[in-house]
Design a protein around this ligand. Structure first.
Ligand SMILES: [Ca+2]
Length: 505
């Protein structure tokens, strides 16, 4: 050691070494499935086989109450990667093609913040957010430079890209976001591969071959039909195809984790698994009902083994992912504004404390404006313990239907049965689905399917007012331009407030 090193004692040296280790040894792997739900063994679905998710769950805390902040792909991914709800980050609807939505240029996203702190960032699979300057990644194989089927569903290709990413990081700490396109439907975009792309890569003539995938097949009789889906032969066949695609997702997760293990990084890496929105079935995706918002979530930290294999009832939101990852890397959120002088604050929380001991978290918020550009149906919601309040701002309009879902076998069957007056085997009518009350309040303990709107029940008046007040406070906190809708106008200058419209609402 040179003369300059004489001042170091062993304690300081050890501290320095520990600091260096803490900066280089902490990594994050974020696994997001596309339109996945609870069709897995880890959520007690005994009809389907998902051994790789099962293995991950044994090293994870499993969340029983995790929710997306918006039940639509791009808005949810923008919320995951910014920690801001869609009305605050600007990604009001889908990003691709004519839908054309983007986040505001001023948003400080997770990959941007991590990159500034010297963390190597990568994305493999479906990006579906923009602009590029807001969501930059050092390593990117997405639909922007590759075939989304290849980088999002070909699990052999995904495995090799993960290997390439890990080799190219040069010992830097990393954030790798693997955004599977499975188990999204593809009857709308690539019908030749089946309704859920369940034939893509299965080795049959014209389907291509994914060498690592061993497709699992299910009969219509075998599948478990969720309560919010009509139990019909059409829906059962649809679900059986979805299960086969989930087998590709599950085996893909196994391959990605195997790469992590093979590179010796399993014990330095936080792994989070979830999905962007509800499953693409009636009452699911694009809805803020529980069936559209509830998500699977596994959080696996090698440094918090005390709760491995346990189940948490604490409420978690996908808005918590950004604060959790910033906390993991000990990076603070910057002080900045998107518009004017309103300082942006994250309303999510770090999930790391619940990996140590159960937390009393019992509230989540959500916000939706569009899915496709034509599907303007703004909604805001709060879930607190057993209660769920939804505010349908444009409740006088029929609830919109997306193209992809419209042609699905389940919805076509529902339409045909309704048109011809046959039993639908659904828990609501199409009329009820299209036409909703302005406020919907459900008591999930008594009514898990959310069929009884309690808003006008005097017994629930107090809880209704309380949830309404909390929801409104969150809208103000997150600078929601819709905070005064539908019966007021927001005047923001000087002292922001709502002015009444006297529009009979
Ligand atoms: Ca999605």
């Amino acid at each position: 050691m040179g003369a300059g090193g004489r001042g170091w004692d062993w304690g300081s040296l050890l501290l320095l070494l520990l600091l260096a280790a803490s900066c280089t040894g902490r990594n994050v792997l974020l696994l997001i499935a596309d339109d996945a739900g609870f069709e897995s063994q880890v959520y007690n679905n005994t009809a389907i086989k998902t051994p790789n998710l099962d293995a991950l769950a044994q090293r994870s805390l499993l969340f029983q109450n995790a929710f997306t902040s918006v039940s639509s792909c791009s808005p949810s991914r923008a919320a995951i990667l910014s920690g801001l709800p869609q009305h605050q980050n600007g990604m009001y609807g889908l990003h691709q093609d004519v839908h054309h939505f983007d986040s505001f240029d001023q948003v400080w996203s997770l990959p941007h913040l991590l990159s500034q702190s010297g963390i190597y960032t990568g994305i493999i699979g479906k990006k579906h957010v923009g602009p590029e300057a807001v969501y930059p990644f050092d390593f990117a194989y997405t639909e922007e430079n590759s075939s989304v089927l290849q980088v999002g569903r070909n699990i052999t290709r995904i495995k090799l890209l993960v290997r390439k990413f890990l080799q190219s990081r040069q010992d830097r700490p990393f954030f790798l976001y693997v955004a599977f396109h499975d188990p999204h439907r593809c009857g709308h975009s690539q019908p030749q591969y089946g309704v859920f792309c369940e034939k893509f890569g299965n080795g049959e003539s014209g389907m291509g071959y994914i060498s690592d995938w061993k497709p699992l097949y299910y009969s219509s009789e075998q599948v478990k039909v969720p309560d919010f889906i009509p139990d019909t032969p059409a829906a059962r066949a649809d679900i059986a195809a979805q299960y086969t695609t989930i087998s590709r997702l599950d085996q893909g997760i196994g391959l990605v984790l195997e790469e992590l293990r093979g590179a010796g990084l399993e014990n330095d890496t936080l792994v989070i698994y979830s999905s962007d929105n509800g499953i693409p079935f009636p009452n699911g995706r694009t809805n803020l009902y529980r069936s559209g918002m509830a998500e699977p979530m596994l959080v696996s930290s090698p440094w918090h083994q005390q709760r491995w294999g346990q189940v948490s009832q604490a409420f978690a939101s996908l808005l918590d992912i950004t604060p959790t990852i910033l906390d993991w890397f000990s990076i603070s959120y910057p002080n900045y504004s998107i518009f004017g002088n309103k300082i942006v604050k994250l309303t999510g929380k770090s999930l790391l404390p619940v990996l140590v001991s159960e937390q009393p978290w019992a509230t989540v918020f959500s916000s939706q404006n569009h899915h496709e550009v034509t599907m303007y149906y703004p909604m805001r919601s709060i879930q607190q313990q057993d209660f769920h309040l939804i505010h349908n701002l444009n409740f006088k309009m029929p609830f919109p239907i997306d193209q992809d879902f419209y042609i699905s076998p389940t919805f076509q069957d529902l339409l045909n049965r309704t048109k011809s007056g046959q039993p639908t085997h659904w828990f609501k009518t199409l009329h009820q689905y299209y036409y909703r009350d302005r406020w919907e309040l459900f008591d999930q303990r008594k009514d898990p399917a959310e069929t009884q709107n309690l808003v006008s029940d005097p017994k629930y008046r107090e809880i209704f007012q309380q949830l309404k007040t909390q929801l409104l406070a969150w809208q103000w906190d997150t600078h929601d331009p819709w905070v005064c809708a539908p019966d007021g106008v927001l005047e923001e200058k000087l002292n922001p407030q709502c002015w009444p419209l006297y529009n009979e609402l």
